[in-house]
Ligand binder design. Structure first.
Ligand code: DGI
Ligand code: FE
Ligand code: FE
Length: 191
């Protein structure tokens, strides 16, 4: 599908704030792809549509995931908005005709990350957090710098801040977020 067509379709699925964020993730992912030698086209497509399922109402997210027989974690059952990654991969195929498994995986794991991510998965995970339209989050300027110096360090830093933030909100932490953090913390130590 051509980019113009994707943009038009995406506009119909998202509110304007989420649409602007998505375009921000698209070009931030492209910049990271330049820097680290990833396929720029794949990074742009994954970045653009990573949140395509975000604006589906929360209860419908859970219903749809059940109907599709997607694996649903305990945390996702309590916070079904987390399912927008897995559902996003489904709709990326259905609405945008994307079949590339690398792109679909980057969309699936963009919220929690996963241990031992591919470069494309890391790029989308990081671009989502640092894109220029994000409101200023704690230590964001440092994380933006790290993203272009050492992407693993940025991944680790984002996970740490997300876990701290969720702790403060007494939110339930997904096993995958926890596992991802442990993996990247251990990796830092080994280097
Ligand atoms: O969809 P975006 O807002 O662009 O970003 P995202 O897909 O990273 O989602 C961010 C939200 O996800 C943020 O409110 C924190 C939440 N989140 C991330 N990991 C976990 C989590 N929420 C819970 N309950 N548990 C997690 O492990
Ligand atoms: Fe998201
Ligand atoms: Fe996002």
């Amino acid at each position: 599908m051509e980019r113009e067509e994707m943009l038009a379709k995406l506009k119909g699925k998202l509110n304007s704030k989420r649409y602007v964020h998505s375009v921000g993730v698209e070009y931030t992912a492209a910049c990271l792809a330049f820097k680290y030698g990833e396929d720029v086209k794949k990074a742009r497509v994954a970045g653009l549509i990573h949140d395509c399922a975000k604006c589906i109402p929360t209860d419908e997210k859970l219903k749809k995931a059940e109907k599709l027989r997607l694996p649903i974690s305990e945390c996702e059952r309590l916070s079904p908005d987390l399912l927008h990654g897995k559902l996003g991969a489904y709709y990326a195929k259905k609405w945008f005709g994307v079949t590339d498994p690398e792109i679909l995986s980057a969309i699936t794991y963009h919220t929690t990350g996963k241990p031992d991510m591919t470069l494309l998965e890391k790029i989308i995970f990081v671009a989502d957090y640092i894109e220029p339209n994000r409101k200023i989050i704690f230590e964001l300027p440092e994380i933006r710098k790290e993203a272009f110096e050492d992407i693993d360090k940025a991944v680790c830093h984002i996970l740490k801040n997300t876990l701290d933030y969720l702790d403060g909100k007494t939110n339930i932490i997904d096993d995958m977020t926890e596992k991802t953090y442990r993996f990247y913390i251990n990796q830092e130590g080994r280097e």
